[in-house]
Design a protein around this ligand. Sequence first.
Ligand code: TSJ
Length: 658
Amino acid sequence: MAKTYESKDILVLEGLDAVRLRPGMYIGTTGLKGLHHLLWEIVDNAIDEASNGFANKIIVTLHKDGSASVEDNGRGIPVDMHPTLKKSGVEVVFTQLHAGGKFNNENYSYSGGLHGVGSSVVNALSTWCQVNVYKEGKEYEVKFACKEDSKGKVHGGIALAPLKEIGATKKQGTLVRFLPDCTIFEECDFSNDIVSKRLKELAFLNKGLQIEFIDERENTQTIYKFDGGLVDFSKYINSGKSTLFEPCFYIEGASKLVKLECTISYTDGYNENIFSFVNNIPTTEGGTHETGLKVALTKVLNDYARKNNYLKEKDQNLLGEDFREGISAILSIKMKTVQFEGQTKTKLGNPEAKTEVEQIITNELSKLIERKEYEKSLELLINKAKGAAKAREAAKKAKELTRAKNSIDSSTLVGKLSSCTGHKAELNELFIVEGDSAGGSAKQARDRKYQAILPLKGKPLNAEKKRLEQVLQNEEIRTIISALGAGIGDDFNAKNLKYHKVIILADADQDGAHIRAILLTFFFRYMRELVTGGYVYIGMPPLYKVSKGNFTEYVYSDIELPEAIERAGKGYTIQRYKGLGEMNPEQLWETTMDPNKRTLVRVDLEDVAEAERMVNILMGDNIEERKEYIAEHANFNKENDFDKKMIQKKINKNIDVM
Ligand code: TSJ
């Protein structure tokens, strides 16, 4: 009797053999991602039950034996007999592969895990799988496992016995537990990090749904439940940033084809952050639904701006990009048949999604912004967009300006530059010098044939935080761009460089380090080839002069001082330089500018990384981190990490002495 059941089943299960034969076709990869796919498939089914209003609680457990289980408090998978297949609904769900070639249709993405692959696929790829259904006072159970046939071939997902009623229960719902087959997956351990992140995201996307995550391996239990849904998600995403206004805009709506939820908020930054989802799946590459949102947003806000006199009759409409500066939006839509496209199949392709989303958001947002409580928010928003438009215009002008030919001679910007007389770029050096007084000394000291001097007044602006447009508006920066003559951004061309050595000369203190870091960050962001091509150098001014009689030695770091003193012997004197400005032109020439004596450290990409870290801390948003950094470094006037590295390079003779 048992034998008949088994053989008949193996016949039916040929479909599941196909899954084991080519798992990649069904779950994309057999790596860590594929492994988690199995779990998401089961979780998705429970989420569906909740979305349909039949469950409000899901428990996901990672067990010590490597298995995972998912339980919901829904209606329970149907247990009655399937009329033609002659088995219970539960068995059908776990043994019948989805018909219709869902996963080999080109229009569908089977890879990348964009939608359910069917619980039968999970079953096929598991060593064992157990399902318990709690329904109408009764508990049912069925177990599946891998089995070897008479020819020694292994089949997966075989029911060890038909679904059985095993007792009475007060519970209601479905529990599925499975152990992924380690002979199929390269990686067999579920990641607490991946699972908790996704479950939290799902809880945000499904307002009010309680998702409990238990990791028995680590003895942890977390409950995710967000009654604010996307609004809570938005707060979470924006935490740590300052927002332009509170609360965010929240839109909910539906059409025949699409159900939609959306939040729109703004930070005081300049980045565009739109997070979108289709059927709870992140669409990182965007797609038609995002386009719909953008079109609607631009239209509604332009209309509002005009109606409320933020835009005068003569003014042009603001552009979409203006309204998206600093935006932080979340769009979640649900629709039946979805087409995913793009490199990672995370881009929605359905054309109707654009028109539907555009329509719903246009209608709902228009209504929303008429409410008095949003008046102030909209004023801030529109003024920000107008600022973006202004910057956009300015950028255009600045770009034209830097593109202008012969800018090095004709531009008034280079007024402060003392250029050199020689015309061989390979030999020419541009010294960017901190402070007018040091700049003055450098001008007197230099060899005017091939050395040009550009004094920097204050700290040039932080290139990391601002928009390109703002960077370009900074006078110091524009002077540098003009002086180098090689353009900026995409237009940069090292062939046009007027100087093949760009030497940053700043004091060996905290301010000097800051200037070095800012300039390096700027070069790296906007003239990358200048750094990668090895054109940028750091000049090393001495910290001390040790002398006795006609013995003189310049010392460049505290570490090297004792040795120099020893060399000088009894009766030495030490002069400590507090800055470049303290040196007379001769000394400056001798110590930092004379190619025969000076030390130049060529900047490499590691230096840039360190510089960026420093700039981020010093000019970033994290006040605590900045305080810590300053307390640690500035108060004692010690070298910072960046300068330490430079000095180490010099000591290691890992330098280019020119
Ligand atoms: F798919 C699955 F088996 F992996 C799975 C399904 C896993 C988990 C954890 C939960 C579920 C699931 C399925 N939860 N709830 C349901 N509901 C149904 O399958 C169901 C129940 C009743 C009716 C009905 O029309 O009465 C219809 C359905 C689809």
